[in-house]
Ligand binder design. Structure first.
Ligand SMILES: Nc1ncnc2c1ncn2[C@@H]1O[C@H](COP(=O)(O)OP(=O)(O)OP(=O)(O)O)[C@@H](O)[C@H]1O
Ligand SMILES: [Mg+2]
Length: 252
């Protein structure tokens, strides 16, 4: 059975990378992925034709992988090249970063050389506020300011680590090291915490497992060139079967 394509209703939100539309079904939104790329809280702008389709395809491939592993998500189905149907959630205004290897703001803040493996995964929390530049917080801050409850924060941490446990071997089996990644969670009307938003080269650091070449938005942030090719290659690898004979446990 092919489900029909719901009609786009009014635009509920326009962010830097996506637009969110209502649908005739109150519990569902259409998310449209845009071709724009921004960095440093939108001080740097760019983009290319096909970026939205690439990130939509990567996210739409990974969410069912996570669902199959027992991670509840907002994803319903892909609708078109640039659109997907999702469950409408109330976004928890706390962005969650999971780090496996030192990079980016973590390296800068603590003076740890980029590429240094972390003995233990690190879960960081930021307040989701463009006006403030998504500042680093801890769970007490989120609790105290009413952004999330204690059970929600515990569940979010549990899910974030579970997602890491699925994605690290998934990418390694496709020749990619997952250095770090950013997640957003939301709540359904019944209170269930689900993974929302996207998982793409915009929100993850991906390094080629053999060469350590960057295959993510850092190519744009740092003017490394070759960004379109890197995203296209990531889509190819994400949708490829796991490489035979590659044992992720041997390479971590
Ligand atoms: N299932 C969902 N229900 C409601 N909102 C969602 C859902 N999934 C994602 N969103 C929200 O939709 C917006 C997507 O837009 P985009 O990613 O372009 O935003 P952004 O520019 O990164 O800004 P910000 O995420 O800080 O609002 C985000 O605010 C995200 O939290
Ligand atoms: Mg976003």
């Amino acid at each position: 059975m092919t489900a029909s394509t719901p009609q786009r209703g009014e635009m509920r939100y326009e962010g830097k990378a996506k637009r969110v539309y209502a649908t005739p079904e109150p519990g569902e939104y259409i998310v449209e992925y845009k071709d724009e790329a921004t960095a440093f809280n939108a001080q740097k702008r760019g983009g290319w034709q096909g970026k939205g389709a690439t990130n939509n395809a990567i996210t739409a491939h990974l969410y069912p992988v996570l669902e199959a592993a027992g991670v509840p998500t907002h994803f319903v189905r892909k609708l078109s090249d640039t659109e997907q149907l999702v469950k409408a959630v109330t976004i928890v205004p706390v962005e969650v970063i999971v780090r496996n290897v030192a990079a980016g703001s973590f390296s800068k803040r603590l003076g740890i050389e980029e590429g240094t493996p972390l003995d233990h995964p690190i879960v960081e929390y930021c307040y989701k506020s463009d006006a403030l530049g998504d500042p680093l917080i801890n769970t007490d801050t989120a609790l105290s300011l009413g952004w999330a409850t204690e059970p929600q924060l515990l569940r979010i941490r549990e899910l974030a680590l579970k997602i890491r446990g699925v994605l690290v071997p998934y990418f390694l089996a496709r020749g990619v090291k997952l250095i770090d990644f950013k997640l957003e969670f939301g709540t359904l009307p019944d209170g269930t915490v689900v993974l929302a938003d996207e998982i793409s080269p915009d929100t993850c650091r991906f390094w080629d497992a053999e060469t350590n070449e960057k295959m993510d938005k850092d190519r744009f942030r740092r003017d490394l060139g070759g960004i379109e090719d890197a995203y296209a290659e990531m889509l190819r690898r994400v949708t490829a079967p796991a490489a035979e004979g590659r044992d992720p446990r041997a390479e971590s």
